[in-house]
Design a protein around this ligand. Structure first.
Ligand code: ZN
Length: 236
């Protein structure tokens, strides 16, 4: 879904072709407006600075890369980009508002095939936002990098939420654009390293575990703490 909002938003007015050439959207979790395509900002300002109740009010127009399509984000209370600036999908470009011809805070979101009003494009097909009033959710994704002593252990696929249970690793959570949004390290409980051997030969060195959870079998186990010191050893 190409929504200018992250998280939940409402469609308050549907697309009706020339009668209403876009969708009116209201952010429910955030009022931040994000670019929905990669491109260049062609306009960032008032539609008519001498009549701030006219048309789109403060708006941003992005020319999509490799396309003649222009994406419009109207009625903004604040603009966060400048004309000529290159933007990527997901960049914050402004804040929802009620400037221009508007009676309440919302974003008029539309696509035109050129820089004028005469080539209205179907915003619903393009964006995947249903042409029906209601509440929808634009799920966004995080990339999680798991590290141990500053080395990356694993980079998971993008996940829709930071669903990492607190363990001992360091986690850095990125949004889908590579920006760090949160990082944390697992709790500092003592952790042990377990080496399993048979006649003096290491059979298996397990990864660090939070407890010596070795069930008694016939092997010899040596349990080290995180500094490498032997804390316990036993033979089955
Ligand atoms: Zn509208």
């Amino acid at each position: 879904m190409q929504s200018p909002y992250k998280g939940k938003f409402k469609v308050t007015q549907t697309f009706k072709g020339s009668a209403h050439d876009g969708l009116d959207l209201v952010g429910l979790e955030s009022k931040e407006i994000h670019a929905t395509v990669n491109g260049v900002v062609e306009r960032a300002g008032w539609e008519n600075a001498s009549d701030k109740k006219q048309g789109f009010g403060q708006y941003v127009r992005i020319k999509q890369d490799n396309s003649t399509d222009r994406y419009y984000y109207g009625h903004l209370s604040e603009i966060k980009v400048k004309t000529g600036q290159t933007v990527r999908s997901g960049d914050i470009i402004g804040i929802e508002g009620s400037t221009g011809y508007s009676t309440g805070s919302h974003c008029h979101y539309c696509v035109r095939g050129n820089a004028s009003k005469n080539e209205i494009r179907d915003i619903n097909t393009i964006s995947g936002i249903p042409n029906k009033t209601g509440t929808y959710e634009n799920t966004y994704y995080y990339l999680v990098k798991k590290s141990w002593k500053a080395n990356t252990v694993r980079k998971t696929a993008y996940i829709s939420q930071a669903r990492i249970a607190a363990r001992r690793y360091g986690y850095v959570i990125y949004d889908e654009y590579g920006k760090t949004i949160y990082s944390y390290r697992e709790s500092d409980k003592p952790y042990y390293y377990v080496k399993k051997s048979w006649k003096g030969v290491t059979v298996k060195a397990t990864s660090y575990i939070s407890q010596a959870r070795i069930t008694a079998k016939r092997y010899k186990y040596v349990i080290y703490d995180h500094t490498g010191k032997t804390v316990y050893s036993y033979r089955e």
